[in-house]
Write a protein that binds this ligand. Structure first.
Ligand code: ZN
Ligand code: ZN
Length: 347
């Protein structure tokens, strides 16, 4: 079968023929119906190297996957052949305390596993068939379109986890700031509107992205720039936001978050741009809590799927054939995608 493979660090991925995977004894084979193209794949291709990740090469990209079960190993209780499922992306050991509570993102044995999951050091979904090592990683999607379900596993789950961290602070009259209106941002806006009464303020550098965010239900948009913080303070009546979700993670966006987080507010740093900002007594309001967050839990993926099945959130996708995947990543790199690019290897 044809697969989109990362073969060397600091190069684009390439399409090549690989053998179809074998059925893992306690897992499943999935006929991939949607594999989301994530911005972090661009970091894999262009920024990271062996020293930063220590993963073996080559592997097939695609860590946001949904498809149909075509082979099922043992212990597949409640699952069946032909069933449509989303694949939980971060693959931990499955038995440490973190994994036991579904936080496989923070698996205590991650260093020993030496990979982050399918598409992250192990073969992912940018091929017609994908092997999933354990059935616990499969979440049935019911009648959701797998092409739209695929991005829920990362572009949906990652902001959902960040929102949930601050949900108790997002009371009526509160505000949440989403920085970055791309693949994750377009989901963050809908998630916030679906689960909280907070006023949602979206920040981006691109006017088209801000218009898109308004269409998805954002209450206010702010152009990123020198006066972004004063604009947000005005919108929040001089108080700032209870939650800032930074989906970019550059020096400038982290500073902006620190300027606009309300006293006792939260800043969740999600974006991988690698920026930083100094922290000191006078750099934020009192008792602002800052955390980097990575992806989300297995139970939260079930919640995200439930939100989508209830019609409360929807991923906006542009689909591409596997042969067009490299072009899709180039469009993403140029900021020319609206919503999420999803590769459909079986179309
Ligand atoms: Zn991702
Ligand atoms: Zn674990």
């Amino acid at each position: 079968m044809l697969a989109l493979r990362l073969k060397a660090w600091k190069t684009e991925a390439v399409l090549e023929e690989v053998p179809e995977p074998e059925l893992p004894p306690a897992g499943a084979l999935i006929r991939v119906l949607g594999a989301g193209a994530c911005h972090s794949d661009l970091h894999l291709m262009h920024d990271f190297d062996q020293d930063s990740l220590r993963w073996g090469l080559p592997f097939t990209l695609g860590h946001e996957n949904a498809g149909e079960i075509v082979a099922l190993g043992r212990n597949g209780f409640g699952l069946e052949m032909g069933q449509k499922v989303a694949v939980y992306g971060p693959w931990g050991c499955g038995h440490c305390r973190r994994c036991a509570i579904g936080e496989e993102t923070y698996c205590e044995n991650a260093a020993r596993i030496g990979a982050g999951g399918g598409g992250l050091g192990l073969d992912g979904g940018m091929a017609s068939v994908m092997a999933v090592p354990d059935n616990r990683l499969l979440v049935p999607i019911g009648d959701l379109d797998p092409v739209e379900a695929a991005p829920l596993t990362d572009a949906g789950l990652t902001p959902y986890h960040a929102v949930k961290r601050s949900l108790h602070k997002l009371i009526p009259g509160s505000a949440a700031v989403v920085i970055g209106a791309g693949g994750l941002g377009h989901m963050a806006v809908q998630i916030l509107k679906a689960v909280s009464p907070a006023k949602v303020v979206v920040v981006d550098t691109r006017s088209e992205a801000l218009a898109f965010a308004l269409n998805l239900g954002a209450d206010e948009t702010v152009m990123m720039g020198a006066d972004a913080s004063s604009h947000i303070m005005e919108i929040t009546h001089g108080q700032g936001a209870e939650a800032v979700i930074d989906l970019v993670g550059a020096d400038s966006t982290i500073s902006l978050g620190m300027q606009v987080a309300r006293t006792r507010g939260d800043i969740s740093l999600v974006g991988l741009a690698g920026g930083s900002a100094p922290f000191g007594f006078f750099t934020t309001r009192y008792e602002v809590e800052m955390a980097s967050t990575y992806w989300g839990t297995r139970a939260e993926l079930m919640e995200v799927i439930a939100l989508a099945r209830a019609g409360l959130i929807r991923s906006h996708v542009q689909s591409f054939k596997l042969e067009e995947a490299i072009g899709a990543y180039r469009l993403m790199r140029e900021g020319k995608l609206e919503g999420r690019a999803v590769i459909t290897p079986n179309l």
